[in-house]
Design a binder for this molecule. Structure first.
Ligand SMILES: *Cc1c(COP(=O)(O)O)cnc(C)c1O
Length: 483
């Protein structure tokens, strides 16, 4: 077994490094399709997957061949025509964190098992808390209890669950021991991310505990509906565990009006949770910050570095305004972990659902160290600005409609008026492999959806996409008339 052989690690990282460079280059220069769909069977065969699993014995030259066959079947995130889901096209520096984690494998949630990674995670959390206005004067959340606190989790869905657990603990602290009573509800937009409803069911509140608020025609929360819905659930004898607002909505990229919602929550002593994995990045931009006005009045927020902070998956922060909520959300003891000891640092494990936890802070840290907050902020502004420009191009084009002016780098549009046609267009685009885009529905109407995650996506990419869609529609019409 070569485990621990430094020389071997060096050879492997050199090979994989050079393969990855080549991969990024051909992706960025669009020399390959952005996506190439194959069945699993095909991929298993091509890569001799079962034989490797059964027999092992891969050597460096074979790894080389394996990677040559592997990369064509990946989604090419660095390709300018990648405009699909809200996942970062990572800055190259994120690789440092991933490599260190793979080799050092420090489960840093217990301080002694990864002091360096834990220190970096705490520093990254401090940076994020400073952005939300929740960091105290000594600029370290590990100090006084009169400030915010937070932790990194493996993804936003887990972070939402964590934040909602803290909300439950504030409203109904005995639920930890006695289970959840039937009277807890949350108020949110019907288009809130599915992980919210999932968290509620996981917590045992039941899906009926998700009470929808009114939204406008673009599914943005109508803050004015809060009063009525709140009064109604109270008159039914319910207790509101939390109000959840999106920043921004997954489907449209539009922001719920946080400031007004926050005032209502403060007035009525309700926990406000901001589901902001994507759109929290606006806080780094002088121009776009206004979208998050009132954020400091919320109680908890989640923020994915692997969406708009140029970081590889996964790296999410769950942040709390009041450290006391953070301290008391898990009421548990495990003698082999949580015993008296001289602790030189901080055990994040008391505040996470995960037990073994990777040094997630490293990934964001190295992006910050290389690109700087300024670099990330410029990236966010650029992507947001470009998307407004693309909106203009698309909405001026014959037969194309955009239902709203984008607030972020998420843009919806449709060709013509037929819901089914949008499906056909996307299917055909995927089959051809030149462009990767997604679909969404807004109030029953189906739209094509692009998310401009890639710094390399420009006007020409959009012109090319529109032309490609027109060709698909044209071919469809010919099929329709002649067959
Ligand atoms: C992406 C997203 C999530 C889920 O986060 P993951 O990191 O993908 O688990 C939740 N809510 C919103 C609004 C999102 O955009």
């Amino acid at each position: 077994m070569n485990n621990g052989n430094e020389n071997y690690i060096e050879q492997i990282t050199q090979l994989v490094g050079s393969k990855l460079s080549e991969y990024v280059n051909i992706s960025q220069s669009a020399e390959v399709p952005v996506i190439q769909q194959a069945s699993m069977q095909q991929i298993w065969n091509e890569l001799s997957v079962s034989s490797w699993i059964e027999n092992g014995g891969m050597r460096i030259d074979q790894l080389n061949d394996f990677l040559d066959s592997f990369f064509p079947h990946t989604m090419h995130m660095h390709h300018p025509a990648y405009m699909g889901h809200q996942v970062a096209v990572p800055h190259f520096s994120a690789v440092v964190g991933d490599m260190i984690n793979s080799v050092s494998n420090n489960p840093m949630a217990i301080y002694e098992m990864g002091p360096a990674s834990a220190a970096i995670e705490a520093a990254v959390i401090n940076w994020m808390l400073q952005k939300t206005g929740w960091l105290g004067e000594d600029k370290d959340f590990l100090g006084s209890n009169d400030q915010g606190a937070g932790v990194l989790t493996h993804g936003g869905s887990l972070a939402n669950l964590t934040a909602l657990l803290a909300a439950r603990n504030r409203v109904a602290p005995s639920s930890w021991e006695n289970g959840t009573t039937g009277d807890l509800v949350i108020l949110c937009s019907p288009s809130a991310h599915y992980s919210i409803a999932r968290a509620i069911s996981i917590m045992g509140l039941g899906s009926h505990a998700v009470v929808p608020l009114e939204v406008d025609e673009m599914e943005v929360l109508k803050a004015t509906s809060l009063r009525d819905v709140y009064d109604r659930v109270i008159s039914e004898g319910k207790r509101v565990m939390a109000v959840v607002a999106s920043a921004c909505a997954t489907s449209t990229g539009l922001y719920d009006p946080i400031d007004v919602i926050a005032d209502f929550c403060l007035e009525n002593k309700l926990w406000l949770h901001i589901d902001g994995p994507h759109g929290m990045a606006a806080i780094l931009s002088k121009n776009e910050k206004k979208l998050l006005k009132g954020i400091e009045k919320a109680d908890s927020v989640i923020w994915d570095a692997h969406k708009m902070l140029c970081t590889s998956t996964l790296c999410t922060a769950v942040l709390f305004k009041d450290k006391r909520d953070f301290n008391s959300m898990f009421q548990q003891e495990g003698s082999y972990l949580f015993h008296e000891k001289e602790n030189h640092g901080y055990d994040f494990i008391e505040h996470t659902i995960e037990c073994t936890k990777a040094g997630l802070g490293l990934k964001l840290f190295f992006v910050l160290a290389f690109l700087g907050e300024k670099g990330i902020s410029e990236f966010v502004e650029n992507q947001y600005d470009k998307t407004k420009e693309f909106h203009k191009i698309i909405s001026e084009r014959k037969n194309f409609q955009c239902p709203y002016v984008p607030q972020s780098n998420i843009l919806c549009f449709r060709y013509g008026n037929d819901n089914n046609l949008q499906l056909v267009i996307r299917e055909e685009l995927l089959r051809k492999g030149d462009y990767y885009i997604t679909l969404t529905e807004i109030r029953g109407l189906r739209y094509l959806r692009i998310v401009i995650m890639n710094p390399a996506t420009d006007k020409d990419t959009i012109y090319g996409l529109l032309k490609s869609i027109e060709e698909i529609v044209y071919d469809q019409m010919i099929d329709f008339y002649y067959y």
